[in-house]
Design a protein around this ligand. Structure first.
Ligand code: ATP
Ligand code: MG
Length: 411
């Protein structure tokens, strides 16, 4: 990609009402555009990061036998009435609108109801179970507070996975498998060391739910962390009984601020009951399907990563999710020509700053602000010694390579 073709520009100014560091950096570097409080557009660079985050999640979920689908955001009132969640008193974040043809629809805050109804068309026998289905879908929530940039927005990307099992035992097995997979996902996303499985409030079918909380100063949650065991308790269920239940030692628990990046929940028969999702077991007996739901917020995750892995010069993306791997700067005519060739060879890996009017210092500052993992400087002078300079954004380490050595990194 050539920088001259990217329509976004970096800027020093940010909206006055933007308080979180991640939002300021993402706006300054041209990753997101703020439409209004709690509502953002993902610009070309931001879209690439979000896509990369979703791709990691997709790969890991496919590896445990889940299938991706895509559902509509428009919600049928009757389906939500069946589980008593249409009322604004019960679900206080609804966005609803009237149809010109008559009637009302809602904008999905989550998808338990429609997916449960959908599965009635495909699940009728024990042979049809288990089913694990997920999507990446825009959710709408009329959030009261939206001050944390893309970490809490009124329209956001959610990965929501739903499990449909024959019984509790089958459910529990997948639940644990999914918890392990979440660990893998957060490791690959570069926040594994600071992300902890956290016991939070459950429901009628389990004492606790499991949240995945990333330690983060601007996070909205409080957790009590046992670092040695790598587990935490959410403030909402923090009491002597829970501590005892979990076999933890109160004196070892650290109070920390954290952001919820994902959660998993045993739904049991909550939705299969309301929407009558049943199957015939081996003995021909009619049984209710046992369900679970498993969320991750890719757009919130992007904000959390931006918040945690940035420094005074800008963003610092882990390699696997960066929009490009190399930020190329050519100094001199021969060097520019080589940059053009390299960019043509690897347009998905390279962002070449080919802007004519920009000074080298400006280009270096942008490379830092955008958080591209490696800044590559090719100059006529160093080319004479057949060396090009590779600077690691995270460590600041500089490596000198021959052109041939660099080319082998691009295949
Ligand atoms: P929170 O407690 O932060 O309000 P939640 O418990 O309501 O979130 P879920 O309904 O389980 O969250 O949603 C699954 C995931 O979606 C969350 O773990 C989070 O990563 C993400 N998420 C939830 N609400 C938002 C939001 N308003 N903006 C961005 N991401 C969100
Ligand atoms: Mg929550």
């Amino acid at each position: 990609m050539k920088r001259s073709q990217l329509f976004t520009k970096t800027t020093k100014t940010t909206p006055n009402d933007e308080v979180s560091n991640s939002a300021k950096l993402l706006i300054r570097a041209g990753y997101v555009y703020k439409e209004m409080a709690g509502v953002y557009d993902f610009l070309p660079l931001g879209k690439r990061v979000l896509d990369n985050i979703m791709q990691i999640i997709r790969e890991e979920l496919n590896a445990i036998g889940s299938q991706e689908l895509q559902m509509t955001a428009l919600q049928n009132k009757e389906v939500w009435e069946a589980t008593d969640r249409w009322s604004d008193d019960v679900m206080d974040v609804w966005f609803k609108t009237k149809l010109n043809a008559g009637g009302e629809v809602g904008l999905a805050p989550t998808h338990e109801e429609p997916i449960t109804r959908l599965m009635k068309s495909y699940i009728s026998s024990y042979k049809d179970l288990p089913v694990y289905a997920y999507q990446f879908q825009t959710k709408f929530r009329n959030e009261l507070r939206a001050k944390s940039g893309i970490m809490r927005t009124r329209e956001f990307m959610m990965k929501d996975l739903y499990s449909f099992s024959k019984d509790r035992a089958e459910h529990d097995e997948f639940y644990e498998k999914c918890a392990d997979t979440y660990k893998k996902i957060f490791n690959r996303l570069g926040i594994g060391n600071d992300t902890f499985r956290t016991f939070a409030s459950g429901g009628a079918f389990s004492k606790f739910s499991d949240e995945f909380q990333t330690l983060c100063e601007v996070g909205e949650d409080i957790v009590y962390l046992d670092r040695e065991k790598g587990i935490a308790i959410n403030d909402e269920v923090y009491n002597d009984e829970t501590i005892k239940d979990l076999g933890l030692d109160k004196s070892k628990l650290e109070k920390c601020k954290a952001a919820e990046v994902g959660n998993i929940f045993t739904l049991g028969y909550r939705f299969s009951d309301g929407l009558d999702l049943t199957f015939n077991d081996e003995n021909g007996e009619r049984k209710k399907v046992f369900m679970g739901s498993y969320g991750i917020g890719p757009s919130r995750v992007m904000g959390v990563i931006a918040e945690k892995l940035s420094d005074e010069n800008g963003l610092v993306w882990p390699e696997e999710i960066a929009p490009y791997k190399y930020y190329l700067v050519g100094i001199g005519e021969a060097a520019e020509k080589i940059c053009a060739e390299l960019t043509e060879q690897a347009p998905e890996l390279i962002l070449w700053d080919d802007r004519k009017g920009a000074r080298n210092g400006e280009k270096f500052a942008d490379a830092d602000l955008m958080g591209i993992p490696y800044r590559v400087v090719i100059s006529d002078k160093t080319l004479a010694e057949s060396k090009i300079e590779l600077k690691n954004r995270q460590t600041g380490d500089i490596e000198l390579l021959t052109l041939e050595e660099f080319k082998t990194k691009l295949v």
